[in-house]
Ligand binder design. Structure first.
Ligand code: HEC
Length: 98
């Protein structure tokens, strides 16, 4: 019994610290990029579903620094409110969308 309780608290702790990519995606990206990222956001962006995580992370960090396409001003405030953990987690989630 003790072991089970211990195991549960470890799971709770790790979810507390590691950002949940799927949850971040739903909350911050879904409205524009769509279910499983298959929609061009606002009919403008390229489809990012299945993008390699490193590519998404580089692109998002670019937006933080005003690097991007003609509509980068839309992405900047979204990305600026995220920490590296959340960006990495959401990038992994997008990479899993195929
Ligand atoms: C308000 C709508 C909106 C939301 C919400 C949004 N995006 Fe975007 N996203 C866009 C638009 C518009 C572009 C194209 C911007 C440009 O011109 O560079 C874009 C571009 C991108 C690109 C680069 C694609 C390319 O064209 O090179 C990535 C990666 C991306 N978004 C990831 C995300 C992630 C991850 C989230 C959630 C954390 C998110 N976006 C939330 C609208 C949105």
């Amino acid at each position: 019994m003790k072991k089970i309780v211990l195991g549960l608290s470890v799971v709770a702790l790790s979810t507390l610290f590691a950002a949940d990519g799927a949850a971040v995606y739903k909350e911050k990206c879904f409205s524009c990029h769509g279910e499983k990222a298959v929609k061009p956001a606002l009919n403008k962006s390229v489809v990012i579903a299945g993008w390699d995580a490193a590519k998404t992370i580089a692109s998002m960090n670019g937006y933080k620094n005003d690097v991007g396409g003609p509509m980068k001003a839309i992405m900047k405030p979204i990305v600026s409110g995220m920490n590296d953990d959340e960006i990495a987690a959401v990038a992994a989630t997008i990479a899993s969308f195929k």
